[in-house]
Design a protein around this ligand. Structure first.
Ligand SMILES: O[C@H]1[C@H](O)[C@@H](O)[C@H](O)[C@@H](O)[C@H]1O
Length: 610
C-alpha cells in the first residue's frame, strides 16, 4: 500500500508539473497551449504592476496629447484667430514630430536604455505642457505641439518594449496591452477635459493643453526610482545589475532559466555580426521578416481608418444630424469612451485567445462595420435633399452649380443653408462658406450669428439625413470591433517579435510607420471624401481592411506565452509560412508513456517512466 501511495504521489506531482508547464522533461502541455510556460504557479509579484502602471503613463500622455487638440481647437480658433492652415499645422505637427522622434528613439533606446528614454520622454512632455499652457501666440503654440510630439514618439516606441522586457511571459501580452488601454484612456480623459473647459469663455484651452503636465511629472518622478530593463542591462554587459533587477521584479521566483536564456540570446547575437542595426536587420532573414510583419501591422492599423473616426467623429456625427458644437464635443467624448471600454476587452482577451485570433476577429468586425458605415452614407447620399432655392450669388462661386446637398457638402468652399420643420427640409441653398470661420456662410441668410433662429440651419461638411441612427450604430460597432484587437495588438506584437539586438530599432521603425500612416490618413481624409464621396471613402477603408485580413491570416504567427528569446524562431521559415502553427513548428514534442496514466493496459505495461 505504501508503494502504491508513493507511486501515486509521484504521478500526481508529475501531472501537476505538466499542467503548470514544467515541460523541459516531458514536453510541453498538450494542445500547444503555452500560456502556462513559466512561473505561473508562483504568485506574480505586485512590483510588476507598479512598473506597468508608471510606464503606461507614457501611453496615457500619447493618448491625451493626440486627443486633446480637436476640442482645444474650437476656442483656440476664436482666440488666436487661426486660419485652416494653422489649425492643420497645430494638429499634424505633433504627429509628424512623433514620427521623427520615434525613429531616433530606436538609437536612443539602444544607447541610453529604456529607463532613461522614458525619463527623457516624460521630461519633454512636461516642458511641452508648460510651453502650451503659457503660449502667447500661435508660433509658441506650434513649438509646444512639436515638443509634445517629440515626447509622444519616444514614449510610443519605448514603453511597450520596456513593459515586454520586464514582464513574465504568461502576462506579457496583457501588460503591454494595458499601455494601449492607457492610450485610449488618455484620449477619453482629453475629450472629457475638452468638454468641461469648453464652457469657459477665455483661456479654456490653456487648461486643456496644460493638464498633461500632471501625469508627465508623476511619471518622471516614478521612473527616477524604477529599475532599468534587465535585458538591456545584460546586453550592455552589466550582468550583476541585470541579475539583481530580474530577481527584484520576479519576487521569490527562480530566475535562472530566464536569465540563462537572455544570456544565450545575447551570445547568438554575435553570429549576426556587427554594423548598423537596420542593415543587420535587413540582411538577417528572420528579423527582416519580423520587421515586415511589424511595420505592416502598424500600417494596416492606421489604414483601417481609426483616426478618421477619432478626429472626425464630430463631423461624422454631424452628418448623422447632430448640429450643436457642444453636443458634438460630448458625442466625441462618447466615441472615445467606447474606444476605451472596448480596449479593456482586449486586455481581458489577449492571453485567453492569443494575439492572432484577436486581430483576425477584430479585422472581421471592423470590415463589416465599415461596410455598414459606407452603406449608410450611400443611403444618405442617394436621399440627399435637392437644392431648391437659388439666391443671387454676388461672387459667382462654384457653389451655384450643385443640385443636391451631397455635391454641395463635398466642395470645401461651399455649405448648405436650409430651413427645417420637424424632419422636413425646405428652402435649401448651396452657398460659399465664410473663409474666416466655417461656422457661417460668406453672405446671405446663413451668414450671421443669429443662425439657428427662424429654423434656419447652416450645414458645413454634412447634410441633413434620416439615416443618423445607422451612422451611429456603424460607429459604435466599428470601435467595438477595432478597439480590442487592431488598436492594441500592433503595439503588443511589435514589442515581442524582435530579438534583443533588433528590438529598439524594430520598434522605432514600426512606430514611425504608425505615425507616418496616421498623418497620411488623417490629412487626406477630407480630400479622399471629396474625390470618392463619404461612402466611397468608407468602401475604400473596407477594401484596405480586407487586405489587412489576408495579410494577418497569412503572416502573423502566435506569440502568446512564449519567452521573448524564443519568438525569433517563429520567423525562421519563409515570410507568411508561419500562420498559426508557430509553436508546434518550433518545438518537437516527444510523447512518452507514464505508468498508470494510459487508457490501454498495453501502454501501461510498456511505459517509459514510472
Ligand atoms: O493604438 C492606438 C489607439 O487605437 C488609438 O485610439 C489611435 O488613435 C492610435 O492611432 C492607435 O495607435
Amino acid at each position: 500500500i505504501s508503494r502504491l501511495k508513493h507511486m501515486n504521489d509521484r504521478m500526481s506531482s508529475r501531472r501537476l508539473k505538466a499542467e503548470h508547464g514544467e515541460w523541459s522533461l516531458i514536453g510541453p502541455p498538450s494542445g500547444g497551449d503555452t500560456s502556462n510556460l513559466l512561473d505561473q504557479n508562483i504568485s506574480t509579484p505586485y512590483f510588476i504592476y507598479v512598473l506597468a502602471f508608471f510606464s503606461a503613463l507614457g501611453g496615457f500622455l500619447f493618448g491625451y496629447d493626440t486627443g486633446v487638440v480637436s476640442g482645444a481647437m474650437l476656442p483656440l480658433k476664436r482666440e488666436m484667430n487661426l486660419n485652416a492652415l494653422w489649425q492643420e499645422l497645430l494638429v499634424s505637427s505633433t504627429v509628424g514630430a512623433a514620427a521623427l522622434s520615434a525613429l531616433s528613439g530606436g538609437y536612443l533606446n539602444g544607447w541610453l536604455g529604456r529607463r532613461i528614454c522614458i525619463l527623457v520622454a516624460s521630461f519633454i512632455f512636461s516642458v511641452g505642457g508648460i510651453v502650451l499652457s503659457l503660449a502667447q501666440d500661435k508660433v509658441v503654440l506650434l513649438v509646444g505641439r512639436v515638443t509634445v510630439g517629440l515626447g509622444i514618439g519616444i514614449a510610443s516606441m519605448t514603453v511597450p518594449v520596456y513593459i515586454a522586457e520586464v514582464s513574465p511571459p504568461h502576462m506579457r501580452g496583457q501588460l503591454v496591452t494595458i499601455n494601449s488601454l492607457f492610450i485610449t484612456g488618455g484620449q477619453f480623459v482629453a475629450s472629457v477635459v475638452d468638454g468641461a473647459f469648453s464652457y469657459l469663455s477665455r483661456d479654456g484651452w490653456r487648461y486643456m493643453l496644460g493638464l498633461s503636465i500632471i501625469p508627465a511629472v508623476l511619471q518622471f518622478f516614478g521612473f527616477v526610482f524604477l529599475p532599468e530593463s534587465p535585458r538591456w542591462l545584460l546586453q550592455k554587459g552589466r550582468s550583476d545589475e541585470a541579475h539583481r533587477v530580474l530577481s527584484q521584479i520576479r519576487g521569490n521566483q527562480n530566475i535562472d532559466e530566464e536569465y540563462d536564456k537572455i544570456k544565450a540570446s545575447i551570445e547568438e547575437e554575435k553570429e549576426v555580426g556587427a554594423g548598423v542595426v537596420i542593415l543587420r536587420i535587413l540582411r538577417h532573414g528572420p528579423t527582416r521578416r519580423a520587421l515586415i510583419v511589424g511595420c505592416c501591422l502598424q500600417m494596416f492599423q492606421q489604414l483601417s481608418g481609426i483616426n478618421t473616426v477619432m478626429y472626425y467623429s464630430a463631423t461624422i456625427l454631424q452628418m448623422g444630424g447632430v448640429q450643436d458644437d457642444k453636443q458634438a464635443i460630448w458625442l466625441a467624448a462618447a466615441t472615445s469612451a467606447t474606444n476605451f471600454v472596448f480596449t479593456l476587452v482586449g486586455v481581458w482577451l489577449v492571453e485567453k485567445v492569443g494575439r492572432r485570433k484577436l486581430v483576425l476577429g477584430s479585422l472581421l468586425g471592423t470590415g463589416l462595420s465599415l461596410t455598414l458605415l459606407a452603406v449608410s452614407f450611400l443611403l444618405s447620399a442617394q436621399n440627399s435633399p435637392p437644392v431648391t432655392f437659388h439666391p443671387y450669388d454676388p461672387q459667382n462661386s462654384t457653389c451655384r452649380q450643385y443640385g443636391s446637398c451631397e455635391l454641395c457638402m463635398l466642395d470645401p468652399n461651399c455649405g448648405f443653408c436650409y430651413r427645417e420643420n420637424g424632419t422636413v427640409v425646405f428652402e435649401t441653398s448651396c452657398v460659399p462658406v465664410n473663409l474666416a470661420s466655417t461656422d457661417h456662410a460668406a453672405w446671405g441668410r446663413c451668414s450671421n450669428s443669429t443662425e439657428g433662429s427662424d429654423n434656419l440651419i447652416w450645414a458645413y461638411n454634412y447634410c441633413p439625413t434620416s439615416y443618423s441612427w445607422v451612422v451611429l450604430m456603424g460607429l459604435v460597432l466599428y470601435l467595438a470591433s477595432f478597439a480590442p484587437g487592431m488598436g492594441p495588438m500592433p503595439w503588443t506584437v511589435n514589442s515581442e517579435i524582435y530579438p534583443l539586438w533588433a528590438r529598439s530599432t524594430g520598434n522605432a521603425c514600426s512606430a514611425a510607420a504608425n505615425w507616418i500612416f496616421n498623418v497620411l490618413v488623417s490629412l487626406t481624409f477630407l480630400h479622399v471624401a471629396q474625390f470618392l464621396t463619404y461612402y466611397g471613402a468608407f468602401f475604400m477603408y473596407t477594401g484596405l481592411v480586407v487586405l489587412a485580413l489576408l495579410f494577418v491570416f497569412a503572416c502573423l504567427p502566435e506569440t502568446k506565452g512564449l519567452q521573448l528569446e524564443d519568438i525569433e524562431n517563429l520567423f525562421t521559415g519563409q515570410l507568411c509560412s508561419c500562420r498559426g502553427s508557430a509553436y508546434n513548428d518550433m518545438r518537437h514534442i516527444h510523447y512518452i508513456r507514464v505508468k498508470g496514466s494510459n487508457c490501454l493496459q498495453s501502454d501501461n505495461e510498456a511505459s517509459d517512466v514510472e
